[in-house]
Design a protein. Sequence first.
Length: 191
Amino acid sequence: MRTLLGFALLLTACETTWEEGASVKSASGQQLCAKHRVPLHSLQAWQAPTHGKYVYLVHQAAYPYYGVAEQYCPNHIPQDVALHRGWIFQERTTVYYCPICETEFWDRLRIRNEKGAIEFAQYMLSISSHTPAKPPYQVAFQKGVWTVKCLLADGRSATVKIGEDGREISTQFPRHSSNQTLQTTAGRSDD
């Protein structure tokens, strides 16, 4: 009996992921967020053209945790629309979103402390260098930017700079142990 009770508590303690756009209808027929049970708000936005021979894929490469956070916030404003017309966003559209999902989504992306900055750096370095990071970690926070310095498992040094909003600013490490040329990703390098 205790085992079943413990298992039930474990299941309820786990967070649930949601399909993008998960919604339910209220008794009156209004669309509600399936997670928060609040009415969805409409928003006029701009999207890439949906006609013609080209397909435009838009995603937030600067936010590597985007896909993870999105699973828990089914009705946030999607990454494939813009609030202002520009670049490839030329076609008007309407999106429906939950204000609570939108707030939770951006909150999930935030880097709040040293532990979060280290986890982010480990994730980014495993992707970009194909080598895990190892301690010791030197972590600094200045003017809204986390800087994490560490070693890779093969002994190369690495530096990752992250905005507190969860945006990757730069990831640097030597390409090879014998060649000290730096590999830089995600735009600018702020040294």
